[in-house]
Design a protein around this ligand. Structure first.
Ligand SMILES: Nc1ncnc2c1ncn2[C@@H]1O[C@H](COP(=O)(O)OP(=O)(O)OP(=O)(O)O)[C@@H](O)[C@H]1O
Ligand SMILES: [Mg+2]
Length: 332
């Protein structure tokens, strides 16, 4: 069922370690392959690579490092088959000094070749944290998935991750514009902190109104998809709405909820036994959620994203979510 109009390149990030980014990458890869798509997984956890182990490969013959160091000419040359039909993998460069911090030119070469890979979907499993390399891979991907669990620290982390990615995008957009960069990262000229995106938009409108349209466009084009993982109860299930609402209020963006994945003890068994296909056993709780998300990913490219107006009215101040939001912003 390979289609040619879907979003090909997806990054799976989220900031916090251990929330299931790699599990979600593999699970979605299997679901997409089962729908008839050719899938390539890329271990973007530069310096801490373990996606191949989780996929059942012990000693990869080539890794991303061979491409980064130009031992092979093309990214395609480091694609390896996996035990699962329809899924190939580009393994990360494990424990090799320097790979965690590719040079600017290595990174540009990598980004350029990603789109050329022979696949319907390329899924990049990002490492934890908000280093520029992680943010750049995330921002470079038209499909941006932020994974988190329902615990409050994970919510704060994922909000912080989305905020860092958005600030990175704006700072790249205005890379040569000292005036905007100063507003973005420093106090504004009137001495007030930029505490939310509305403040930045207002300051840009005041200082350089001709640049406002570009800023609003950058906000509008920043599409993020949310996946809540390890959902155990109704509160976890509603976590994505909280992230969505906080992002709307403080960042003027509205991430879309892509789906929820239930907590399932079989996941740990699949990982420990290096048998990823266990993730898709018929009675596995996580399968339905993965299948629904994969189907949405296939459909997404065929329709334009719903428009999001940065001027859209905020939710009522009396909303119970505001307690969370205040905690969020003060801790991020
Ligand atoms: N839906 C789930 N149900 C139960 N356990 C899960 C689920 N998703 C992930 N886990 C558990 O969480 C562990 C960590 O998952 P994973 O390695 O995918 O996290 P990660 O976000 O990629 O971490 P890192 O940032 O270190 O790369 C897994 O080994 C598994 O035991
Ligand atoms: Mg991982």
């Amino acid at each position: 069922m390979a289609n040619h109009s879907n979003i090909k390149l997806w990054s799976i990030g989220g900031g916090k370690g251990g929330v299931g980014k790699s599990v979600v990458t593999i699970g979605l890869g299997i679901s997409l392959a089962r729908l008839g798509n050719r899938v390539i997984l890329l271990d973007g956890d530069l310096g801490g690579a373990n996606l191949h182990t989780m996929m059942g490969l012990r000693f990869p013959s080539v890794t991303l490092e061979d491409f980064l160091l130009k031992k092979v000419p093309r990214l395609e040359d480091v694609v390896l088959e996996t035990p699962i039909e329809g899924i190939s993998i580009i393994c990360g460069a494990d424990d090799i000094l320097g790979a965690a911090n590719p040079t600017f030119h290595q990174k540009i070469r990598l980004l350029r070749e990603l789109e050329e890979l022979p696949a319907d979907f390329v899924l990049i499993d990002l490492g934890a944290g908000t280093s520029f390399n992680i943010l750049d891979l995330f921002n470079h991907s038209p499909g941006k998935i932020a994974v988190f669990s329902g615990v409050s620290t994970s919510l704060q982390n994922v909000y912080g991750f989305i905020k860092c990615a958005l600030f990175r995008k704006i700072s790249r957009e205005f890379a040569k514009d000292g005036e905007i960069l100063a507003l973005l990262y420093e106090e504004d000229p009137a001495g007030e902190d930029i505490s939310c995106m509305d403040d930045l938009v207002a300051q840009v409108k005041r200082v350089a109104p001709e640049k406002c349209f570009r800023l609003l466009k950058a906000l509008r084009d920043f599409e993020v998809f949310l996946v809540t993982n390890m959902v155990k109860n109704d509160q976890d299930f509603r976590a994505a709405e909280i992230v969505q609402s906080v992002c709307a209020d403080f960042l003027n963006i509205k991430p879309q909820i892509l789906g929820h994945l239930l907590a399932d003890p079989l996941v740990e068994v699949a990982i420990n036994q290096m048998v990823p296909s266990l993730l898709h056993q018929r009675d596995n709780k996580i399968v339905r959620g993965l299948e629904q998300i994969a189907k949405r990913m296939v459909r997404l490219g065929r329709h334009s994203f719903p428009a999001w107006s940065p001027e859209e009215p905020k939710s009522a101040k009396s909303s119970p979510l505001n307690i969370f939001k205040e905690a969020f912003e003060s801790s991020s």
